[in-house]
Design a protein around this ligand. Structure first.
Ligand SMILES: Cc1ncc(COP(=O)(O)O)c(C=O)c1O
Length: 405
């Protein structure tokens, strides 16, 4: 039987291949250190869990909730934007709660895309940025992920040569997977470009609070007038270590928020009310929980950069996110990122995310997630050191064993 039209547009997840290998190595008794998936390992702060437990006792909260988010939650998100970015939002018309930012992004694509619409998408990037639009019937044109002046010439060409003219432009800074951070000046130029060409800007700011330099990453909505063309997505998953709770937000342009809200009103009844109430409390907190999360990732980052570097695997220090984006050591680069990632599982008991999973431009890299503790990160470095130092003798022509299966 032929694959369904939608399913054909979704190739098997590249990461699944490494996951399978990881699972079989574990089943055979290997202690795999998993730096693959960006799945935060830190517990949600106790005060947020306690609030959920308290609210769930009230049977009134067991009914269907509000699809666009309870009013207090939307007010808390607007207050966060005012406090953190100096951006004023109307919680009634410019804020909608989502079931994680991934759902919000994918349904925004459903809401605004006509078949064949062209969307400008960074490469490499977090897969939903492209696949959200592909599922919605759109067409992707890849653009650079570099947040500097080199970003614009390909963009100009894309606008000139795309038929129809691009509908939307996707931004994701701090970037998953590259960890690059954008400046407000860069955003000013992007907004000027988008306004000139009447292009929607969708900004994924999932890592707004996971940064290690003194200057926090800006919101594109800080650019005066950006709200005319922009929606931005944020997430509670990383900021408050709440990935399983599925809570995020879209904020910005009223027309776009209304379109997303309409689609969502047909699809979901919103997150479980106790989750929404607990999330409200988290957002209204004093920021100490966020600082703690940030510090844990920063210490892990420093341990990784130091220990991997000493092991002979150079890892540039990421200024933000919970990921390092590292070039595959020279002698293995010809293998490509998928085969190299498989080798690391097989020979070093370390799982990483192959860069190709984020787009063709990522194939010289692997992404290392800071989701194991410092001790385990050091252990991963020791394993990699052993692997690198014996690779020459044990694998004269380095070919993954798996390639023969
Ligand atoms: C850039 C980016 N956007 C969105 C998400 C998904 O976040 P959420 O859990 O809010 O759906 C992730 C998760 O890894 C991410 O890296």
């Amino acid at each position: 039987m032929e694959e369904f039209h939608k399913v054909r547009r979704l190739p098997p997840y590249v990461f699944e291949q490494v996951n399978r290998l990881k699972a079989s190595a574990r089943a055979a008794g290997a202690d795999i250190i998993d730096l693959g998936m960006g799945n935060p390992d830190l517990p949600t702060p106790q005060s947020i869990v306690d609030k959920l437990c308290e609210v769930v006792q009230d049977p009134r909260t067991h009914r269907y909730s509000s699809s666009k988010g309870i009013p207090g939650l939307r007010r808390a998100q607007a207050a966060y934007y005012a406090r953190r970015f100096g951006v004023k939002l109307n919680p009634e018309t410019q804020v909608v709660a989502t079931l994680g930012s991934k759902e919000g992004f994918a349904n925004m694509a459903q809401a605004i895309t006509a078949p064949g619409d062209v969307v400008l998408c960074p490469n490499p990037t977090y897969p939903i940025h492209a696949f959200g639009f592909l599922m919605a019937g759109g067409v992707i044109r890849s653009i650079s992920v570099e947040p500097d002046e080199s970003f614009f010439p390909p963009l100009e060409r894309a606008v000139k040569h795309s038929i129809p003219k691009p509908l939307a432009l996707i931004l994701n800074y701090p970037s998953n997977p590259t960890a690059q951070v954008a400046t407000l000046d860069f955003y000013k130029d992007v907004i000027a470009f988008a306004k000139k060409h009447d292009i929607i800007v969708l900004s994924d700011l999932a890592y707004s609070e996971i940064y290690f330099d003194d200057v926090p990453p800006p919101s594109v909505l800080e650019v005066p007038g950006a709200i005319d063309v922009t929606v931005e997505f944020t997430s509670m998953s990383k900021t408050f270590s709440m990935p399983g709770w599925r809570m995020g937000f879209a904020v910005g342009n009223e027309r776009l928020i209304a379109a997303l809200t309409r689609v969502k009103s047909y699809l979901d009844y919103g997150a479980f009310t106790p989750i929404q109430v607990a999330a409200t409390q988290a957002l209204n907190g004093d920021g100490s929980d966020i600082a703690e999360v940030r510090n844990v990732y920063k210490r892990r980052r420093d341990v990784m950069v130091d220990s991997f570097g000493k092991a002979g695997f150079e890892v540039p220090p990421p200024p933000a996110t919970m990921f390092a984006w590292a070039k595959i050591p020279e002698k293995f680069r010809h293998l490509g990122s998928l085969e190299f990632s498989k080798l690391l599982v097989e020979k070093a008991d370390v799982a990483v995310a192959p860069g190709i999973g984020f787009g063709e431009q990522g194939d010289d890299y692997v992404r290392l997630a800071l989701v194991e503790n410092e001790h385990r990160i050091r252990q991963a470095a020791r394993n990699i050191k052993r692997f690198l130092s014996t690779a020459d003798e044990t694998m004269h022509n380095v070919v993954s064993l798996n390639a023969h299966r």
